[in-house]
Design a binder for this molecule. Structure first.
Ligand code: HSE
Length: 397
């Protein structure tokens, strides 16, 4: 019998307990022994199927030699960071879905795990149930990764889809996403692009082998997005999606950011709807590879956590990650990246042309919506200074 502990019994923690119970036969067949949740750390005891397993004392887990893997699903940094360090120090493998912790302290925790000869795995921290980190670091290991972009937040993609398809208001769509267990405890992290930002940092860390400091990565969400722009974009053959992007720059630097983008509708990412996420990884040998699936929710995220638990137990003695250096050197502002820009201005086509020269008009009726030729973010800001700008977004082209 292999025993594990779960820290926190929220959406993901509950899902982990359910997957272990519901899929116990498949899990046992693969591990050669049954897997059992022995202890669950909670702040407040409550009735339910896991009542007998609950403790509010982390020492009971830390000092229990029978517990080989700790699944951290508390979220946030403070307590999760302290418990993760203590569990690793105690010689236990740790698995997590906590993107904030991994984005901010992943490099250090991996280093600690290496010293203690245990695994620290976090597949569920990016893309929920989509296997993307293991394929990125293992199956694509022979590539130089040049770019990653994707829809990395299920809540905002769900909100955008509901608004476009049913005309639901932003707040109604957000409430639906919360009711389905997709959103963070504080949904600001979802709607302001912070959750997607943490995930693109983790992808960039692993792809480029160097720390991407989340505090340096510009993150813009969808709270300022107008339905009018969504409709103009759609009529012109584009979909607006919130993208996280990490790019290796020609001079050897690298950048990352999160922002809404206009995406041509023939790009498969444009048709990723509801809670689904998609991650496009461009390797110099493979070209573009796309990963697609449910990016949030109890069971998909728990599936990734339990697979990591099994991976810890099967890897002997620990799963080796690729090098991830703590150096943040080489980060450049994404404003240097060139792309076509979408603008909606209060003004005429003549105003747009005076600022940008040749533009592609998408809509004109007192306001003018148009696409520029490819230009950097700095040039887009400088050339639009004299315009009355109502909306501005990059395109993915
Ligand atoms: N709140 C996140 C999302 C959960 O909506 O994608 C999964 O990380």
């Amino acid at each position: 019998m292999i025993q594990i502990a779960i820290l926190g019994l929220g959406t993901v923690g509950t899902g982990v307990a359910k997957v272990v119970a519901e899929n116990r036969r498949q899990i046992e067949r693969k591990l050669g022994e049954p897997l059992e949740v022995k202890t669950v750390l909670v702040r407040r005891f409550r009735d339910g199927p896991y009542r007998q397993l609950m403790t509010d004392d982390f020492q009971k887990i830390e000092n229990d030699p029978d517990i080989r893997v700790v699944v951290e699903t508390i979220g946030g940094v403070e307590a999760a960071y302290a418990y993760t360090r203590r569990a690793i120090e105690a010689g236990k493998h740790v698995v997590t879905a906590n993107k904030q912790l991994v984005a901010e302290h992943g490099c250090e925790l991996l280093e600690l795990a290496k010293r203690k000869n245990v695994s620290y795995l976090f597949e569920a921290s990016v893309g929920g149930g989509i296997p993307v980190l293991h394929p990125l670091t293992q199956c694509m290991a022979a590539n130089r990764i040049d770019e990653i972009y994707g829809i990395l937040n299920g809540t905002t993609n769900y909100i955008l889809t509901r608004m476009v398809r049913t005309g639901a208001s932003f707040s109604d769509a957000l409430q639906e996403a919360q009711a389905k267990g997709y959103a963070e405890a504080d949904p600001t992290a979802d709607v302001e692009g912070i959750d997607a930002g943490r995930k693109i940092c983790i992808l960039a860390d692993l792809a480029f082998g160097q720390q991407m400091d989340p505090a340096a990565v510009p993150m813009e969400g969808i709270s300022g997005l107008s339905l009018q722009d969504v409709k103009i974009a759609q009529r012109a053959g584009y979909r607006i999606k919130l993208l996280g992007r990490a790019v290796r720059l020609p001079g050897g630097g690298r950048t990352a950011f999160v922002a809404p983008h206009l995406i041509p509708e023939d790009n498969p990412i444009a048709n990723v709807e509801d809670v689904f996420n998609a991650v496009m990884v461009r390797g110099n040998a493979t070209g573009e590879v796309m990963f697609y699936g449910r990016g949030a929710g109890e069971m998909p995220t728990a599936s990734a956590c339990v697979a990591d638990v099994m991976e810890c137990l099967q890897a002997s003695p620990r799963r080796d990650e690729i090098g991830w250096s703590a150096s943040v050197e080489g980060f450049e502002d994404p404003l240097t990246l060139k792309s076509r820009h979408y603008f909606r201005i209060r003004g005429s086509l003549a105003d747009a042309a005076a600022a940008f020269g040749q533009v592609e008009v998408l809509s004109e009726n007192g306001e003018t919506a148009f696409l520029t030729e490819p230009l950097s973010g700095q040039d887009a800001a400088r050339q639009s200074r004299a315009l009355n700008v109502l909306a501005c977004m990059r395109t993915l082209s």
